[in-house]
Ligand binder design. Structure first.
Ligand code: ARG
Length: 419
């Protein structure tokens, strides 16, 4: 019988390096180690040499940064997708792309199985498994860490016993996942929700107190909801995100400390850093305020919650997502314009906005000269607008409560008044 082939999502860390050895020795696979670079990943030569040392058939490295931002992060930005109003979804957005690439490479390599290094406690296993199952249900999925969790010391020992001698750095104090859209830290002292995150929990951002006293300003151009320029300079999506991460980080922007609800029912304490994500979401929301009607703004807010949950819960490849994405894309037709953001000591504040097709009409808004709004028309409008309320008060409410004012009062106030 030929040896079955498997494609493993490979980070170059201890868990997935051990997985290469374990999958070959204990499970009898030929392992193709697939390293997907969505930003912030290890040096290529390090990944390659570790993978080969652990016995991979080959190590393949795919630079997926551009696709990640263009087809995953920016559409989520246009949708306003922030899980639980806090998390810009960096890890969650990368998983479906990784699932897709795992399946593609499995097909190219003639593999019958794929593997990832997720534990059984988190969301990432769900995102990988559901994505893979959706894209190719015939592939088997192996999750060595979930099936056979090994302590760190044991993993190092296991590799050594199999002749793999890699000098592993000491374990860091947190569990980190990062890509170009954001960094997350969990575990260690962060598990105590009362404990303030120590300085070492952050890597991308300065403490606001140590940020420059002078603010920085950045102008972001959006075209149909997608960022295309910074300070007038046309840039690709990756460059935009990289520059804003750097600039935001210097000014302490983008730190998030959140108690999050995982899909598997666990609440977990998460420390995120996402300077670009926070700046771009803030600016985008402000541009929508200029260019969408109030009904569009309102429905879009509800859709953003739904969108963030489907991403978080691993349903990227679904008809539901296609439907929502079509709605979001349609709302972005006129979301084109420039937003000026001030970055200062931990805050990103919109201080200017302009859009060629803005719905903001200064002639209508002004209290100065040049008013184009017909104030006398307000009287007729209010007469009609208040009609149903007047009718109801006259026929029903006045009869129940002589003092019509009480209708508007909370119950306990009304009762206190009675004493
Ligand atoms: N809680 C986030 C999510 O589910 C991030 C998880 C990242 N993993 C980690 N080991 N820090 O998307």
């Amino acid at each position: 019988m030929p040896v079955p082939k498997l494609v493993l999502a490979y980070s170059g860390g201890l868990d997935t390096t051990t997985a290469i050895k374990w999958l070959s020795v204990e499970q009898g696979y030929e392992v193709v180690a697939l390293n997907i670079d969505v930003g912030m990943s290890r040096e290529q030569p390090v990944v390659e040499s570790r993978g080969m040392a652990a016995g991979a058939l080959k190590v393949r490295i795919i630079d997926a940064k551009e696709d990640f931002i263009r087809y995953f992060a920016f559409p989520a930005l246009a949708a306003g997708a922030m899980y639980q109003d806090a998390y810009p979804l960096a890890t969650a957005l990368a998983r479906p792309l990784m699932a897709k690439l795992l399946v593609d490479v499995a097909h190219e390599e003639g593999a019958t199985a794929v593997a990832h290094g997720c534990t059984g406690k988190g969301n990432d296993q769900v995102r990988f498994d559901v994505g893979i199952q959706t894209l190719d249900p015939s592939l088997s999925i192996v999750a060595p860490t979930r099936e056979n969790a090994m302590a760190r010391d044991y993993q190092i020992e296991y590799l050594r016993q199999h002749g793999v001698d890699i000098p592993w750095a000491a374990k860091g104090p947190f569990s980190i996942d990062e890509n170009i859209w954001g960094r997350s830290a969990e575990a260690g002292v962060l598990e105590d929700p009362w404990t303030e995150p120590p300085a070492e929990a952050y890597e991308w951002t300065r403490d606001a107190e140590e940020a420059p006293s002078a603010p920085a300003y950045v102008e972001i151009d959006y075209q149909s909801g997608m960022p295309i320029r910074l300070n007038g300079e046309e840039l690709g999506p990756v460059a935009i995100v990289e520059r804003l991460n750097e600039l935001g980080g210097i000014h302490g922007v983008g730190r998030i400390d959140h108690i999050e609800d995982r899909l598997v029912g666990i609440k977990s304490r998460e420390i995120y850093e996402a300077p670009a994500g926070v700046i771009l979401h803030t600016a985008h929301r402000s541009l929508e305020a200029m260019t969408l009607s109030k009904q569009q703004v309102k429905l879009k807010k509800a859709v953003a919650i739904e969108y963030s949950e489907l991403i978080y819960n691993g349903l990227w490849f679904s008809a539901h997502h296609q439907d929502i994405a079509a709605y979001v894309a349609s709302t972005q037709r006129h979301v084109t314009g420039t937003i000026r953001v001030k970055l200062h000591r931990g805050r990103a504040t919109v201080v200017g906005r302009k859009a060629a097709q803005s719905l903001y009409d200064r002639g209508l808004a002004t209290y100065d000269r040049g008013d184009t709004y017909d104030q006398s028309a307000a009287i007729g409008f209010i007469n009609i607008w208040g009609l149903q309320t007047r009718t109801q008060v006259r026929t029903q409410l006045l009869a129940d409560l002589p003092d019509a004012l009480r209708i508007a009062m909370p119950q306990d106030h009304a009762e206190q008044g009675e004493k």
